[in-house]
Design a protein. Structure first.
Length: 138
């Protein structure tokens, strides 16, 4: 069995963003030479996430609104974690959206369902963060 590891780095200037990272994952898969196996993609920070869904701007807007209702950023004083910080909401948003995804690799391609894409979700931007791509298989 072979394995391949690559990091993707982000420095999102806004507090929140959804970035389609599918092309980068596909490039890593091609570089790995693995034809059958699994791809794991996970956020390496506790205020970011990786998830799979549709690449549709209306859906991304709906996520923004929904997540802000679930864990509003302000007032920051509502969270115990925010003593000297202001990112408790980002931790909660990450918990809801998830840490990682696993995608099957079949015949050298990501084996997605219709419309599926991989996204990096940033909930506390403004500094350098990363996601891990780990591919295993033959």
């Amino acid at each position: 069995m072979k394995s391949y590891r690559q990091e993707l780095w982000f420095n999102v200037p806004t507090r929140r963003a959804f970035i389609n990272i599918t092309p980068e994952v596909e490039k890593a898969l091609k570089k790995s030479g693995i034809r059958e196996g699994l791809v794991l993609v996970n956020a390496m920070h506790i205020t970011a996430s990786v998830f799979i869904n549709d690449n549709e701007s209306g859906l991304h807007h709906d996520y923004e609104v929904w997540l802000e209702k679930l864990a509003p950023h302000e007032p920051v004083s509502q969270y115990r974690h925010n003593v000297g910080e202001d990112n408790a909401d980002a931790h909660m948003k990450r918990q809801v959206m998830g840490r990682e995804v696993v995608v099957a690799v079949t015949d050298g391609r990501l084996d997605f369902g219709t419309w599926e894409q991989i996204f990096y979700g940033e909930f506390d931007g403004g500094r350098k963060k990363r996601a891990l791509i780990k591919i295993i298989g033959e």
